[in-house]
Design a protein around this ligand. Sequence first.
Ligand code: UT7
Length: 335
Amino acid sequence: MSHIYASFRSIGAYVPKKILSNADLEKMVDTTDEWIVKRTGIKKRHIAAQDEYTSDMAAKASALALERSGISTDEIDLVLCATVTPDYFNMPSTACVISDKLGIKDVQAFDISAACSGFVYLLSIARAFIESGMKKNVLIVGAEKFSSIVDYTDRSTCILFGDGAGAAVISATDNPKEAIIDIHASADGAYADFLVTPAPGSINPASQKVIDEGLQYVQMKGNETFKLAVKTLTKDVKEILEKNRINAEDILHFIPHQANYRIIKAVGDALKMKEEQVVLTVGKYGNTSAASIPMAINDIWESGRLQTGELMLLDTFGGGLTWASALLPFAGKSK
Ligand code: UT7
């Protein structure tokens, strides 16, 4: 029997209509467009409508990914969603809601919580299910309504985050050229307090105190996270390239988590990447957490930059702390 590999078949994304610009934020908190652009590279971010939920954005991104994969909903046998802003805390899972919205019936569906690293974590789970022969076609979605956990009076976080969703279909193949090459995914809970939403949870169940103290909002030790992100990502991407004997100049698309232009630039420079290798969407979407990498892949696919067989290097870092990198060819059809 030939070996079963997992391949990245298609990509889709959804961005909500409403734009929150730096000029808008200048009217809300003590900040300036100049500070935000200089420190983060972010110019604007998209914000979901009040009655537009994480599962709505996820279902729209998924519908596109499914259409572009040529695989029907009947053939999907696993639905996975990565999000820290699920429709519900914490039941039903957003993956169950997405499956229902897409008409995918009677298949396993669940969410994972790995913050910004969620999409690459899902890639590793989908790959394991496929290569073990348990599943054939897995729908993976990174989706966030991050605006639902942002305190728009806190200038240190509200300028960073945006909403959106990105989805991909991962399928079994017997062609080794289409196979996901390698994935590193890791975590260190010793840094759990770097990025936290303190409530609701078993430590701080919903209460008046939670609301009064704003514990439902994301809190971040920005500068500490920044420094650790640069160090960890640089080490991680160097390791995955060395292990697989691939030179950084052979990577056509370096697709990092879009948290801060300065982090991306520092890692790209350490790898001696050229500007045209590095995919940048942080300027227009801000940090969309688990959605950021698939939204960035979708951007290069839609602009015709991502062709069949081209090598991608993904890398990400987020709350947990979690981090992950992946090396893989794009095994879908070009636009
Ligand atoms: O996606 C998950 C992973 N997340 C990340 O990787 C995010 C990592 N962190 C970052 O991107 C950066 O740390 C930030 C953009 C959040 C902050 O940039 P920084 O260069 O680390 O600034 P800082 O936190 O050290 O703050 C410098 C100064 C402070 O003022 P003082 O204490 O020097 O007077 C802040 O109060 O900038 C001030 N500041 C602001 N000023 C204007 C913080 N936020 C703002 C703001 N506008 N929005």
